[in-house]
Design a protein around this ligand. Structure first.
Ligand SMILES: Cc1ncc(C[n+]2csc(CCOP(=O)(O)OP(=O)(O)O)c2C)c(N)n1
Ligand SMILES: [Mg+2]
Length: 275
């Protein structure tokens, strides 16, 4: 299947709207969770699970699958909605999010089919992705390691240690995606500890860099299409996104980093998504 033949942008936009609806309903039902960083990553997740990654929801532990490490583990509602839509588990299960005994924990956990590594403590995922890529090299396998990172998360020094490691070992099977939504837990990343010049930082660490609009499907798929074409270098996509994307009162508002909408707010948000 060639990408250009299979891409239907209006259909993908509908899919994104429906993911956003399901994310908000899931968090509302739980009474807690992280909407902002889930809503910002929707298009990235659709591109990954729908087009980019080699994976099999019927056989989540297939040896040759590509692996996604969700380093920003609090973005779990977005990941669970993506996994349910891909067929890893029934959508009905989304209603159990954050409930006692559920497989759908507040921060991603390997008890959920499709989750490769437990995260929540920020700053660890890229090192794990490096390990997976090194493993692929040693085993002479072609599977890839993807890693989804938050922008606030990049303030963790361990991310940059991992960035050096990936370049040193020429891990061209690693693709990092930065959900550059401009907001962390308590405010703007720029004000709390600025990352800029971010593309230049990754370049100077030896990475191949693409900087794009992370809500633009064409741009995302084009950038992902370049991954694998540059030998001996790890690859990073800096995806410029909007925290809380799609809901006017959540957009770029740190107050919606970790908070559930009440009934009234949910109704208002779903109405906005209808357009
Ligand atoms: C090591 C560590 N420190 C602090 C936290 C608490 N925490 C959870 S989410 C978050 C903000 C992360 O911001 P960002 O990476 O920008 O995530 P996003 O905007 O995508 O939600 C913080 C500080 C944590 N989970 N781990
Ligand atoms: Mg952020």
């Amino acid at each position: 299947m060639t990408r250009s033949a299979s891409i239907d942008i209006p259909k993908l936009k509908d899919q994104a709207r429906s993911y956003r609806r399901e994310i908000l309903e899931t968090i509302h039902a739980a009474g807690s969770g992280h909407p902002g960083g889930s809503l910002s990553a929707v298009e990235i997740l659709i591109a990954l699970y729908g087009f980019q990654m080699k994976h099999d929801p019927q056989n989540p532990l297939w040896e040759d699958r590509d692996r996604l490490i969700v380093s920003k583990g609090h973005g779990s509602p977005g990941i669970y909605v993506a996994l349910a839509n891909a067929g890893y588990f029934p959508k009905e299960e989304l209603k159990t999010f954050r409930k006692l005994g559920t497989r759908l924990q507040g921060h991603v956990h390997t008890k959920t089919p499709g989750i490769e590594f437990n995260t929540g403590s920020l700053g660890h995922g890229l090192s794990v992705a490096n390990g997976i890529a090194l493993g692929a090299k040693i085993l002479n396998k072609s599977f890839k390691a993807y890693c989804l990172l938050g922008d606030g998360e990049l303030q963790e020094g361990s991310v940059w240690e991992a960035a050096m490691t990936a370049a040193h070992f020429k891990l061209d099977h690693v693709c990092a995606i930065v959900d550059y939504n401009k907001v962390q837990e308590n405010g703007l990343v720029e004000k709390i500890k600025n990352l800029e010049p971010l593309a230049e930082k990754w370049k100077s660490f030896g990475w191949e860099v693409r900087e794009i609009d992370g809500h633009d499907f064409s741009a995302l798929l084009k950038a992902f299409g370049d991954f694998g074409k540059v030998p001996h270098k790890p690859f990073v996509i800096i995806a410029n996104t909007i925290k809380g994307k799609g809901i006017s009162f959540m957009e770029l508002n740190a107050g919606w980093h970790g908070k559930a909408p009440n009934k009234e707010q949910l109704v208002k948000a779903l109405k906005e998504l209808e357009g």
